[in-house]
Design a protein around this ligand. Structure first.
Ligand SMILES: [Zn+2]
Length: 457
């Protein structure tokens, strides 16, 4: 007990000191606490009275878990929830300690733990989670995780033999092996046909082969990437029937849809965010939360930093979007192409460790879509440490060379983009440039804010 108190005290001091210096201290505090008391995460997680829900997958973890957290808060529940970027054991331990009192006697209703696929098994050894939500499987930074098959196997082996329910994307053929391999009970969320579906897809190299028999699968239609209505001609493997069905989807400046009988509207944009909403609502309905509470929380939920976050600079709107892999990039491009106004586009590409050192993934993204007649690109500024690579990529994609400018420094580059002739601005950035871009946009937003003119009496 004394050991636990010492560990919590030390971690809380680290959290407070690092907050004073402007960062969250999320990793170090947990590491020190686990070193002082290796059983601390287990002890704190045991204080969760309701359920522990783990959220994993390639894209959408943060948005989905933030939405579920918002719904639970709106429902009057206490929730432990780790922050984006602090999703390994150290960061999760920090989240519990930050929410705990010194004697570790505080209880919570729920814990929502967002984590990378490779961390699911170690996390399950520490916390008694009964629900695991998987958002999707897309090709991410290969230098970090290796092949997708390995990623899926890590999850499968991590959950096998445990008393845990899987929440799976019914539209993702890559998930169809999981119920068979694990024997666990599963709940499914997925979309009915939408007006945005396509018959062909150049978008992704994943999901071409059946997870059950290895035969090439066929599609009736694609929502995006490998998500869609699929069928294996050899073994009959096909979409499971969704327990939570998204229908009547409309994507424009907002997202509106029906989930079973519940109509929701969200200030988000893009099909991938519609999936995040669908997954969050499915899990929340599964926990028995009332429709009215869910609808209200989804309507109020505002995009997070870099996830379609909107700024106003002068009279123009600027939307900041994080891109980190080809599928996410394609979805962001699709979302901005759904906006039919003329646009200034800014693309920042960095190659720091957190971005992935190898920038060849930009060749897998469908930048060709920017060259289409209806794209409405008025100016395209390439920036970041690898601005030249990005410029070469968009040039090969067929974007009019006259529209492309290179400026590696983020600040002048963003200003250049914002002063372009387009009606709106889209600022896309890889991870390590995102927070600088955000800072620059916040500063410009303040500088160009209409000054208050006082009338003289
Ligand atoms: Zn098959």
């Amino acid at each position: 007990m004394l050991r636990t108190i010492v560990a919590i005290m030390a971690a809380k001091i680290i959290i407070n000191v690092s907050r004073r210096f402007g960062n969250q201290g999320t990793v170090l505090a947990g590491r020190v606490a686990l070193w002082l008391d290796p059983g601390i995460l287990k002890k704190l997680a045991a204080r969760v009275r309701g359920q522990i829900i783990i959220i994993t997958g390639t894209n959408g973890k943060t948005t989905t878990s933030n939405m579920i957290a918002q719904i639970l808060h709106a429902n009057g529940n206490s929730v432990v929830h780790n922050q984006a970027g602090a999703n390994m054991l150290n960061g999760i331990t920090t989240a519990f300690i930050a929410a705990s009192n010194l004697t570790a006697s505080r209880h919570w209703d729920y814990a929502l733990l967002e984590t990378d696929e490779a961390n699911v098994a170690p996390l399950l050894n520490e916390v008694n989670a009964r629900q695991l939500l998987i958002t999707n499987f897309f090709r991410d930074q290969l230098d970090r995780f290796g092949e997708l098959d390995r990623t899926i196997r890590l999850i499968s082996e991590g959950v096998k033999g445990r008393n845990i329910r899987l929440w799976l994307n019914a539209d993702d053929p890559l998930m169809t092996g999981l119920p068979v391999e694990t024997g666990l009970s599963c709940s499914y969320y997925g979309f009915a046909a939408t007006p945005y579906d396509t018959l062909h897809n150049q978008d992704s190299r994943e999901g071409r082969y059946c997870m059950l028999c290895g035969e090439e699968i066929e599609y009736q239609s694609f929502h995006f990437a490998q998500l869609g209505a699929f069928y294996c001609p050899n073994c009959g493997n096909t979409n499971p029937v969704p327990d939570y069905l998204g229908s009547d989807l409309q994507l424009d400046h907002n997202i509106t849809m029906k989930i079973n009988n519940l109509e929701v509207t969200s200030p988000y944009q893009g099909f991938y965010n519609a999936y995040n909403i669908l997954a969050a609502v499915a899990v929340s309905k599964g926990m028995g939360i009332a429709d009215a509470v869910i609808r209200e929380a989804i309507a109020r939920f505002q995009p997070q930093a870099g996830r379609m976050e909107r700024f106003t600079v002068g009279s123009k709107e600027a939307t900041l979007i994080l891109v980190k892999n080809p599928t996410g990039f394609n979805q962001s491009l699709q979302a901005l192409l759904n906006d039919h106004r003329s646009k200034n586009l800014f693309l920042a590409l960095n190659d720091n460790a957190a971005d992935g050192r190898d920038v060849s993934w930009i060749w897998d993204a469908d930048l060709e879509s920017l060259a289409s007649a209806g794209a409405g690109i008025s100016l395209l500024v390439c920036s970041g440490l690898r601005s030249g690579d990005m410029a070469v990529r968009v040039k090969y994609a067929g974007v009019d060379q006259e529209l492309i400018q290179i400026e590696s420094d983020l600040d002048p580059a963003i200003q250049k983009a914002l002063s372009g002739p387009g009606k709106v601005n889209y600022i896309l950035s890889t991870y390590t440039a995102l927070f600088q871009c955000r800072k620059i946009l916040l500063r410009l937003q303040a500088e160009y804010a209409p000054s208050v003119v006082r009338e003289r009496a």
